[in-house]
Ligand binder design. Structure first.
Ligand SMILES: CC(C)(COP(=O)(O)OP(=O)(O)OC[C@H]1O[C@@H](n2cnc3c(N)ncnc32)[C@H](O)[C@@H]1OP(=O)(O)O)[C@@H](O)C(=O)NCCC(=O)NCCS
Length: 279
């Protein structure tokens, strides 16, 4: 008999082991981070005493994001995965979320489709295993003073309020973040989460006609990531940043489809995702 419980700290080792059967390279810190963003947003699915599945979600006001869904192989095709998705949707709706987003592997479009999600657009996961040196002009770093302006700008395009996520990334000294503004009007920003040997570039949001600024932002962030193993998630239809990423050594490792349950409030902009599990 399946039961879904909140994922507790003592379950994180199980969650990491299950997630890494998918080669997601996760660590206990990733679940600590998810739990810090969304209280009660990490789930554990049990069959009596046996742990068999996990999923996470995070709410950003009217928009929520779902991810990290894995069910142990021997328990698949019994309704466990659908139960986890529906449980997370109920949690997000209880937080006032109207639209739930996720990134789906191509073979799971039918699975999520049956649960009500509709395909929005495709995204490439790009990787540079050992980033070469990128030269760039220095751009201003996002500090406490600019944060509320950046959050407002981000919400206009993303459709939900990502304050808690942006704060955690931008105010962590180990990470990097840059922005461009003219007369107090934000034109674009970019951030990267930096680990010991790896980094994720994103989120990035830039006004649609300002490809010049998007390129300057990405170069500026990449210039601090030399020799790291760097990932980013970029819309397949992107015409501004992909050529830069390919020039400096990124290659597509796989692609996913962004899907929404509910109306998509994302506005046209130059965009890099923060991550697959948080949008
Ligand atoms: C994706 C995943 C979580 C689905 O979990 P699951 O427990 O197999 O999901 P469900 O059982 O609810 O649904 C799977 C299929 O079984 C069917 N099913 C559901 N209940 C069933 C039952 N009682 N008997 C038979 N089939 C059933 C569903 O209709 C669904 O069919 P579909 O593939 O045509 O959509 C699982 O395959 C998994 O862990 N994959 C690896 C991780 C992964 O890819 N995560 C997603 C990242 S985007």
């Amino acid at each position: 008999m399946f039961e879904i419980k909140p994922l507790c700290e003592s379950d994180y080792v199980f969650a990491v082991e299950l997630a890494n059967t998918m080669n997601w390279d996760m660590a206990v810190e990733d679940f600590i981070f998810m739990a810090s963003l969304e209280s009660g947003g990490c789930f554990l699915l049990c069959d009596d005493a046996k742990y068999v599945g996990i999923a996470t979600c995070v709410s950003y006001g009217k928009v929520g994001w779902f991810g990290n869904l894995v069910v142990s192989e021997e328990y698949r095709n019994k309704g466990a995965g659908s139960a986890l998705v529906n449980h997370a949707i109920t949690h997000l709706h209880s937080k006032g979320v109207k639209t739930v987003g996720l990134y789906a592997y191509p073979h799971l479009l039918g699975f999520y489709g049956k649960l009500g999600f509709r395909i929005d657009s495709d995204f490439s996961v790009l990787h540079a295993p050992n980033l070469s040196r990128v030269r760039a002009d220095a751009l201003p770093k996002i500090g406490n003073a600019e944060l509320s302006n950046i959050v407002r700008f981000d919400s206009c395009f993303f459709g939900g309020n990502r304050q808690k996520l942006l704060e955690s990334i931008v105010l962590d000294e180990l990470n990097t973040s840059r922005y461009v503004a003219e007369n107090d009007k934000v034109l674009g920003y970019a951030a990267a989460t930096v680990y010991k040997t790896a980094a994720w570039v994103g989120p990035l949001i830039c006004r649609p006609q300002r490809g010049d600024i998007a390129i300057a932002l990405v170069k500026s962030v990449l210039s601090e990531l030399s020799t790291k193993s760097v990932y980013t998630v970029i819309p397949k239809k992107d015409k501004v940043l992909s050529s830069l990423f390919f020039e400096v050594g990124f290659r597509e490792v796989f692609f996913v489809s962004r899907m929404f349950l509910g109306y998509s409030s994302a506005k046209d902009c130059i965009y890099l995702s923060e991550s697959l599990e948080r949008g």
